[in-house]
Structure formats: structure tokens, C-alpha cells
Write a protein of this length. Structure first.
Ligand SMILES: *Cc1c(COP(=O)(O)O)cnc(C)c1O
Length: 257
């Protein structure tokens, strides 16, 4: 699929409007209220000048896959005063400090070691952080995210970390040309959420299902997404393919970055 580069405020605004229109149609098909689905523009590799076009179109929160980019862009855009950074990619524990300081939400929580590092740093910053637990719904063994079978015990253990406000689940669907294989991943996430709800610890919520990207957000909405993370359809194609960001062969962390 081709995503032309959006180089002007009007082009970015038009892309955002077109995506919202497609989101509304998907909501209508599923009998859902469009107000129940957030559009999170994903700004990884996009420079601050073009992110400002989305801000001018009314968007305040931006998804970034790598904390290094948040560290770079946060000060560049601090003058706007109301920008929120949502980290959606795998995080090394040694970068927990940056997320604790600069992110408004973290969508890729998938280890207790990381939860503990975030807790420590958040206490230091005297703040709390909204988190989503990332689940591997595609049966690809090396993709990031927890196996659905361990999600229940993982969530029970998160009670040790009161600075983390658990809000929901996140997943990446399988990369497949077959929409029904993609849909199966989204169904798996929703059904897992429904199974987890009865034993959910007090104070935690699983209202949020973050699923769907440029190529599959309509299917995700049909299956219950409350947040879609859309990059290329907003800003244009990226130079690097998806597997640069979530390798299908597990590489040492240095190489992943
Ligand atoms: C880049 C990214 C997206 C958005 O992908 P697009 O193809 O640009 O829509 C969504 N989720 C995660 C975790 C990403 O890294």
C-alpha cells in the first residue's frame, strides 16, 4: 500500500480527516459510538515540524516507538505546552527513567523487571503512569508482548507497583495479507480482556484495547479497539519496514535499536 508523504499542514489535516471518516464507518458497521475510539497519530521518524501540523489539526498526544525520539522531540515542542508523548514500543529497563519523566502513557509493558524499574523511577518523579499490557496475539514466538496464558498472573503481580495505573491491553496483529488472520489477533485480545475482567485487582481497569495501525485499523475497530495507532496513513510512508521496529527474529537489544 502506498502512503504519500504529507508535507503541508493541509495534507496532514486531510489525512487525519480521511482516517476519522474511515473510523466512523467502521464504528457504524460494528454498531459502536465513534467517541469510543481514540486516534493516536504515531510520529516515529517524523520531524517536529510535521508533528506540529497534526497539533494544529487538534491532536495533542503522539505515539513514539523509541524513547530516544521522545527525548529529542519533547524539548523541541515544549513551547506548545500541551503535547503528550505516548510510548508504544518495547522498552529496555535502562530507559525506564525517560518514560517515567516524559511519557503520559506507556503501552508496551511486558515484563515485571520493567514494571519494577518504572515503579522505582516514577516514585522518584512523584508521579503515576497509565500503562497498557502488551500481549502477543499472533503466536509468533519472538514478537514482543506476553503470551495470553500468562497475562492473568502478570496482572495480579502488577499490584506491587502502585505507580502504574493499568488501563488496558495492547497488541500488534500478525503481518498478513489475509484479513481474517489479522482479525483473529484482535478477537484474541478482546476475548482475553473479557476473561481477565472478573478477577481484575481493585483499582485496575481494562477498558482500553490498543490495536490497529495504518493497514488494519478498521478491522481492529470492528473487533473492539478503543485506541488505533496510525502513523503512515497520517504522515506518509516510512523509510524503514515494520520489522525494524518489532523484529520477527529476536535480535540482541542493541541491534533492535
Ligand atoms: C509504528 C507503529 C505503529 C503504526 O504503524 P503505521 O504502519 O505507521 O500505522 C503502531 N504501533 C506500533 C507499536 C508501532 O511501532
Amino acid at each position: 500500500m502506498l502512503y504519500p508523504q504529507a508535507e503541508t499542514p493541509a495534507e496532514v489535516a486531510a489525512n487525519l480527516a480521511a482516517i476519522r471518516e474511515r473510523m466512523a464507518r467502521a464504528c457504524a458497521r460494528a454498531g459502536r459510538d465513534p467517541a469510543g475510539v481514540r486516534l493516536l497519530p504515531v510520529s516515529k521518524t517524523v520531524d517536529q515540524a510535521r508533528i506540529r501540523f497534526a497539533h494544529a489539526a487538534g491532536y495533542r498526544a503522539f505515539g513514539e516507538n523509541k524513547v530516544q525520539e521522545v527525548q529529542l522531540k519533547q524539548p523541541q515542542m515544549a513551547d506548545l505546552g500541551d503535547v503528550e508523548w505516548i510510548v508504544i514500543g518495547h522498552l529496555q529497563t535502562n530507559k525506564a527513567k525517560v518514560v517515567a519523566r516524559l511519557a503520559s502513557e506507556f503501552q508496551a509493558l511486558d515484563s515485571l523487571r520493567l514494571a519494577e524499574a518504572l515503579e522505582q523511577r516514577l516514585r522518584h518523579e512523584q508521579r503515576q503512569l497509565d500503562v497498557l499490557v502488551q500481549i502477543n496475539t499472533s503466536d509468533e514466538p519472538s514478537k514482543y508482548g506476553l503470551h495470553p496464558d500468562v497475562a492473568a498472573s502478570f496482572i495480579q503481580q502488577l499490584q506491587q507497583f502502585p505507580s502504574l495505573r493499568v488501563k488496558g491491553l495492547m497488541t500488534l496483529a500478525i503481518q498478513s495479507a489475509d484479513p481474517e488472520r489479522v482479525r483473529a489477533c484482535f478477537v484474541r485480545l478482546r476475548q482475553l480482556r473479557d476473561r481477565l475482567l472478573p478477577d481484575l485487582p481493585a483499582g485496575m481497569r481494562l477498558d482500553e484495547l490498543s490495536m490497529g495501525m495504518s493497514g488494519d485499523f478498521e478491522i481492529a475497530i470492528e473487533e473492539g479497539a478503543t485506541v488505533v495507532r496510525v502513523g503512515q496513513a497520517v504522515f506518509g510512508a516510512r523509510a524503514l519496514p515494520h520489522h525494524h521496529y518489532w523484529p520477527s527474529q529476536q535480535l540482541p537489544e542493541e541491534q533492535v535499536l
